[in-house]
Ligand binder design. Structure first.
Ligand code: PLP
Length: 381
């Protein structure tokens, strides 16, 4: 009886004494840490301005909450990937803040971008012409960023286009060019020669388009020093606590934690098959816990038989295949009664960073963050 009463009085989503109340998992987003990460980047890059890359729903953290939080600490420049993302975010950010679309202008998006005060990153002459046509049709100036390919071969004007771009811009008073921009391909490995080559190429662009301000560094570029900062830096991952570079200490504060609930525990004898296809066979009497999260929640199937979760600092290895909605861990090293129905175990937190989980999954922290599912209870603190 008593436990039923407790249930009724408990707010949905609450965590009581380490126990899940109705949700398979609990994700927390520390907005104060997010603010401090922004300020830390600002102090590392002054006098450059700091923007925030909030594409893909702010890497899965919630673009509206993230943008609102960063507006409070003075951020006025936000980058998304697609026009639709920018248009959805526009009502939530102040009118003095700018919204840039990294992937540029797709045919048909011009009028919507113009009316939502969205600034496209122009990657090709076709996009430039279409945006200029829009400006002329509306008889007003429209803002643009020009992106140049400095060696990544992904987006932006090729070096051979630059003379034509300069000529077109000279004849396009209706376009207001906010920045010349490029993107680093290898800044997570600062020693790679590609970085210096891209910097040199970018310096040429900056000279050719002077006095237009420049926008170059992503999170890893922020750590590469002053030469890479330009006028506006463009971090995403570092704001969200991810490690910008592969080696060395992570200077950023963690922002995200994830705990997942135990659905069931069991003790099985030696020789028991665990999970789909019986890929794991116990080699001794083993205690198992099945957790309420799987690959549909963003814990990649590549974690099958690899990686771990933690409980009070104790590593609990993942055994067998990761299922769509669950995975199984070996809890034999814990006292018998340590975990039961609803107990929460740490997936991302003080004992396991995003990077550790990503490494076990054979991927990068970006993919883990952006993939974390929508079935967890989310709280912002
Ligand atoms: C995603 C992205 C960023 C942000 O990169 P981080 O490594 O997350 O800081 C910056 N610029 C461009 C062009 C991007 O696509």
């Amino acid at each position: 009886m008593e436990s039923e009463e407790t249930l009724e009085r408990t707010a949905p989503g609450a965590v009581l004494a380490g126990k899940a109340q109705g949700f398979p998992g609990y994700m927390t987003v520390d907005l104060a840490a997010l603010r401090r990460n922004f300020q830390r980047i600002a102090s590392m890059t002054r006098p450059a301005r700091v923007s925030a890359v909030v594409k893909a729903d702010a890497y899965g953290l919630g673009a509206i909450r993230v943008a609102e939080t960063l507006l409070e600490v003075g951020c006025r420049d936000f980058f998304v990937a697609h026009a639709e993302e920018a248009i959805a975010l526009r009502p939530h950010i102040s009118s003095d803040a700018r919204l840039f679309v990294l992937n540029g202008l797709l045919p048909g998006a011009e009028a919507a971008c113009a009316s939502a005060q969205v600034t496209p990153v122009i990657n090709s002459l076709t996009q430039l012409y279409r945006w200029r046509t829009q400006a002329r049709a509306e008889s007003r100036r429209l803002p643009a960023v020009l992106q140049f390919d400095t060696g990544m071969s992904r987006l932006g004007f090729a070096p051979a286009d630059r003379a034509a771009v300069r000529e077109e811009i000279a004849q396009s008073p209706e376009l207001e060019i906010h920045y010349v921009m490029s993107h680093l391909a290898s800044a997570d490995e600062p020693a790679k020669p590609q970085n210096a080559a891209q910097l040199a190429a970018m310096q040429t662009v900056v000279e050719e388009f002077a006095p237009v301000p420049s926008c170059f560094a992503n999170s890893a570029g922020v750590l590469m020093g002053k030469d890479y900062h330009g006028s506006l830096v463009r971090p995403g991952l570092a704001l969200y606590g991810g490690a910008p570079q592969l080696d060395g200490a992570n200077p950023m504060e963690p922002v995200v934690t994830l705990s997942v609930a135990v659905a069931q525990t069991r003790t099985v004898p030696r020789g028991t098959l665990v999970g789909y296809s019986g890929t794991h066979v116990t080699n001794e009497c083993t205690r198992l816990a099945t957790l309420c999260a799987g690959y549909a929640d963003g814990l990649p199937r590549s974690l099958s038989g690899r990686g771990a979760v933690y409980f009070e600092g104790q590593r609990l290895p993942i055994v067998g295949r990761v299922s769509m909605d669950s995975l199984t861990v070996d809890i034999s090293d814990l006292p018998n009664d340590a975990l039961d129905l609803g107990s929460l175990v740490e997936v991302i937190g003080p004992h396991q960073t995003l990077e550790m989980l990503a490494a076990d999954a054979g991927t990068i922290s970006y993919e883990i963050l952006t993939g974390l599912g929508r079935r967890f209870f989310r709280s912002y603190c």
